[in-house]
Design a binder for this molecule. Structure first.
Ligand SMILES: [Zn+2]
Length: 441
């Protein structure tokens, strides 16, 4: 079997208001199931500790228990596709295994409006076209509604076709990675299952969710892995606030600071929002309040997209020209504790940038090397190796007291990161790379 690589494509959805009601309900069901599972887990684990149970809880067992009592206790969960429930318990299992591995904190409750709203659909339950996706059970849900309120057309030629049509949600673009299959016979029925999937791309599943005021589907696929010998140069990249990234080969990438640019608009919206009527007892707000909430979410989404776009372009550029990227393993969460820096750090979105580097380098057969965050990349002179005691953030230029070398702060750090990455390659990973040593400009 050839090596494969997982990839995902997030596509904006344009559901009708009726379709949106179903998507919201599916998200709600997923949230409910997750929370039900978490509550049961806590309960059963306590019983296990008291000796009343001989087994620790597991997501799989909890799912079985939920399925058994679901029809009786929670019949409304039958309105949405069963994948929602499967996905919720899988997520719960993942959350606990990440907790046991020490990667995450103890799983938290999913809160309406606070947690990311999404649900999973399995690959054999949805149908994909050029610009549409048939969401499972959505057609049945809408048809039931039409039947209930009497809007169902009297004459329906084919019930299944009609149902399928109702469940078809428009996608803003078609799935990437797909190249036309030369072996496919022309003239196959248009409604062929997973029409766009070809022999080289395998669809694994999808997640539908709300993000920044819009609905999206993220389709996970498996594509053949590239196995090329990458002989491009090694580069060190200093990621920062002033500039998004400075590479040791001289390339610099501006930080567009989308949040700072939109801050005034955002604050105005939030101020208007807080002035709108809200009844804390019924938890009901005015219509205008709801509209503003969507506006705020969309602005946040827009800001995130500007940042994401810049990061994608930057990392792609570097991944195309380099084989190894040396980066500082920033303790991003720790940095956030510095409140003065927190906003500009969030605006730089450094965690995302580091993740993009990792996946993109992997995709071109290269690698990312994370240099220990205590490595003095900014304090060291890239020319003679002298290490300064202090190098406060306000100093934008590195002036070496020992050899008189003058270089800008980030460029200096990038050169040091490149040298350290080379050292790690040679000494730790035993990859033969030349030591360019000190004194490179
Ligand atoms: Zn020096």
């Amino acid at each position: 079997m050839a090596a494969t690589m997982p990839k995902a494509h997030k596509i904006r959805l344009n559901p009708t208001p009726e379709q949106e009601a179903y998507l919201r309900r599916a998200c709600g069901t997923r949230r409910f199931c997750f929370n039900w599972g978490l509550a049961e887990w806590k309960k059963q684990y306590a019983q296990y500790q008291e000796g009343k149970r001989d087994k620790k809880p597991s997501a799989y067992e909890l799912k079985k228990q939920f399925q058994a009592s679901r029809e009786q206790d929670y019949p409304w969960t039958l309105d949405v596709t069963k994948c929602v429930i499967e996905g919720a318990f899988d997520d719960l299992g993942d959350a606990f295994s990440r907790f046991f591995d020490g990667q995450n904190k103890y799983p938290k409750w999913k809160k309406k409006g606070k947690s990311r709203e999404s649900f999973y659909i399995a690959n054999d339950t949805f149908e994909l076209g050029d610009h549409w996706i048939v969401v499972p059970v959505l057609g049945r849900f809408l048809m039931g509604k039409q039947e209930a309120n009497g809007t169902l057309p009297k004459k329906i030629r084919n019930k299944n076709t009609y149902k399928r049509g109702l469940g078809k949600v428009n996608m803003a673009e078609s799935l990437r990675f797909v190249v036309p299959d030369p072996h496919k016979k022309p003239g196959k029925p248009r409604n062929e299952r997973k029409k766009v999937a070809c022999s080289t791309v395998k669809i694994l599943g999808a997640t539908i969710g709300m993000d920044g005021g819009y609905w999206y589907v993220s389709i996970q696929v498996e594509v053949p892995a590239v196995s090329v010998v990458n002989t491009n140069p090694v580069v060190g990249v200093d990621v920062g606030i002033k500039e998004s990234a400075v590479a040791s080969n001289g390339k610099r990438f501006e930080n567009q600071k989308p949040l700072t640019k939109h801050l005034e608009k955002l604050r105005r919206l939030q101020r208007d929002f807080s002035r709108k009527q809200y009844d804390p007892e019924t938890k009901q707000g005015s219509k205008n309040r709801e509209k503003l909430q969507v506006k705020i979410a969309r602005l946040h989404g827009q800001i995130a997209h500007i940042r994401e776009d810049a990061h994608h372009k930057l990392t792609t550029k570097i991944a195309r020209t380099c084989s190894v990227v040396g980066l500082e393993d920033l303790h991003v969460k720790g940095l956030f504790k510095n409140r003065k820096l927190a906003r500009s750090l969030a605006d730089a979105g450094m965690g995302q940038l580091l993740r993009f580097f990792e996946t993109k380098m992997q995709a071109v057969g290269g690698r990312t090397i994370f240099v220990d965050r205590f490595f003095p990349s900014t304090k060291t002179c890239s020319q003679c190796g002298h290490v300064k005691k202090r190098m406060p953030l306000k100093y934008r230029t590195y002036c070496c007291r020992k050899c008189g070398w003058v270089i800008d702060r980030d460029g200096n750090a990038a050169l040091n990161l490149e040298r350290e990455a080379r050292r790690i390659l040679r000494e730790v990973l035993h990859v033969p790379v030349p030591d360019t040593g000190l004194g490179r400009t």
